[in-house]
Design a protein around this ligand. Structure first.
Ligand code: ADP
Length: 169
């Protein structure tokens, strides 16, 4: 049984087994939550991402997939990198956004993580409308078959926190 919790805050400060990064497919860093994770986690994360690019993910991490690395200096043990889809306008297919949550939880199971923190994937630079992104996120987590005991959505700003609160109630 997975418990879903919500907090307003910074995902890099979460004391959980794994935090999820809304990465881009290069895995080599970016802005938003990705930039914050690399800044606070130190060079070990980028080194691990470079190793992934040199081995399994030569062409980058495909949208909707997930992969784990060390969390470097962060309080978490793992960073699970996933690549959300870019909003293409009304009618955009949310399948790959749901896949980010499902695949991240599958990777969490693989590494033995019992508590996982997610940001609101694709709601920043990738522009997904927040109400729909929250609905997809909550539905995907509720539908996932996982051994993860706590899924914590970490919402950076107050508006996003209330959108997720409304979606959960
Ligand atoms: P994407 O490219 O998937 O849209 P972004 O990083 O641009 O990813 O934004 C995803 C969400 O993460 C946005 O809602 C943004 O406000 C939020 N965010 C940015 N920094 C942090 C942080 N340190 N902790 C948690 N959420 C964050």
């Amino acid at each position: 049984m997975t418990t879903i919790t919500l907090v307003q805050g910074d995902i890099t400060e979460q004391r959980v087994d794994a935090i999820v990064n809304a990465a881009n497919s290069s895995l080599l860093g970016g802005g938003g939550v990705d930039g914050a994770i690399h800044r606070r986690g130190g060079p070990a994360i980028l080194n691990a991402c470079r190793d992934l690019r040199a081995s399994h993910y030569g062409a980058g991490l495909p949208t909707g997939e997930a992969v784990a690395t060390t969390a470097g200096d962060l309080p978490a043990e793992w960073v699970i990198h996933t690549v959300g889809p870019v909003w293409q306008g009304p009618g955009s297919d949310p399948t790959l956004l749901a896949s980010c949550y499902r695949e991240s939880l599958r990777v969490a199971d693989e590494v033995g993580a019992r508590s996982v923190a997610f940001p609101a994937i694709s709601t920043g630079v990738y522009r997904w409308p927040v109400e729909e992104a929250a609905r997809v996120a909550v539905e995907a987590v509720r539908a996932a078959e996982t051994g993860v005991e706590e899924v914590r959505f970490v919402l950076f700003d107050e508006r996003m926190f209330w959108v997720f609160t409304a979606e959960l109630s």
